[in-house]
Structure formats: structure tokens, C-alpha cells
Design a protein around this ligand. Structure first.
Ligand SMILES: *[C@@H]1O[C@H](CO)[C@@H](O)[C@H](O)[C@H]1NC(C)=O
Length: 158
């Protein structure tokens, strides 16, 4: 009798564990809809012959120094996290004709700002008159930041 009881208790516990597991699994699938892959593109639209130096980081990733030639793209992809708190910022500089260096630090991807705006593709045109974002609805580049940075978003390092 005692063995019988322990066995059915074991079966009950196993069944409960299965139910809990399958519930947590299905909620992972639901939130998985927001856990999507996002590609960021930085497009050097300065002047012919001008390189753009970039160094992008998030809390978890340091993408290192990169040099983007004129009309070249630099791109990376990542998965947004479950809380849409993903934030990448980039330090950029280039040299004006005449020799002075222009630089700035910009919040390039912030899920709360960009998840809907960019969907899965976030393109930036880096021009001498500022940083422009590609607008999917109009097909135009919209002015977003001026040089030097006027963006001091959360998590921004000087
Ligand atoms: C760079 O990216 C921009 C914006 O997405 C695109 O219009 C352009 O064709 C790309 N250029 C190259 C060389 O891949």
C-alpha cells in the first residue's frame, strides 16, 4: 500500500513537471517573436576618398576599430534581448578637407527607439552634414544626429 502511494505520487509529480515545462516552453515561443535578428549598416556617404573610423560597443560586445572607405558599408547583426534593452553606441571620426578631425559618439541602436522603426534592418548614412537614418516608408535618408554628437543616451560613454 505504501509503495503504491509513493509510486502514484511520483507519477503525479512527473506529470506536473511536464505541464510546467510545456507551459514555460510555449511562453518562450511567444517571447521568441521579439527575440529577432537585427542587422545594422553604417554607410560611408562622406566625400570620395574619405575614410570613416568607427568603434561600436554594447554592454556585452566590443566590435573593435574599423575603417570604412567611401561608399563602403560596415555591418553587424545581433539578436535583440527579451527586454528590448539592447543598446549599441559608436564612436566615429573622419577628417575634414583642410585637416580638422570631426568626431562624435552616437546611440546607433537602441531597441526601445529602433525595434519598430527599423524592424530587422537599421541603415545609417554617415555624411559630412550629419548622421542620417534610412526611412523604410519614404525610401529617403532622414537627418538624425549632427556632428559632433548631441546624443547622450543612456549608457553612453564619453
Ligand atoms: C550599403 O548600404 C546601403 C544602405 O542599406 C545600400 O543602399 C548600399 O547599396 C550598400 N552599398 C554597398 C556597397 O553594399
Amino acid at each position: 500500500m505504501g509503495t503504491q502511494f509513493r509510486w502514484s505520487f511520483f507519477m503525479y509529480a512527473a506529470a506536473m513537471a511536464l505541464i510546467v515545462l510545456s507551459l514555460s516552453h510555449s511562453s518562450m515561443v511567444v517571447s521568441g517573436a521579439y527575440y529577432k535578428k537585427i542587422q545594422v549598416v553604417l554607410y560611408n556617404m562622406l566625400e570620395p576618398g574619405k575614410n570613416l573610423h568607427v568603434h561600436c560597443k554594447s554592454k556585452d560586445d566590443d566590435l573593435g576599430d574599423h575603417v570604412i572607405g567611401y561608399y563602403q558599408n560596415y555591418t553587424w547583426s545581433f539578436h535583440d534581448n527579451l527586454f528590448s534593452s539592447t543598446l549599441f553606441w559608436c564612436r566615429m571620426d573622419w577628417t575634414r578637407t583642410g585637416g580638422s578631425t570631426v568626431s562624435g559618439s552616437f546611440e546607433i541602436y537602441h531597441a526601445k527607439r529602433d525595434l519598430y522603426r527599423c524592424s530587422s534592418f537599421c541603415a545609417w548614412g554617415i555624411r559630412e552634414d550629419g548622421l542620417f537614418v534610412f526611412n523604410r516608408d519614404t525610401g529617403e535618408w532622414d537627418y538624425f544626429f549632427g556632428w559632433p554628437s548631441n546624443s547622450k543616451g543612456a549608457g553612453m560613454k564619453p
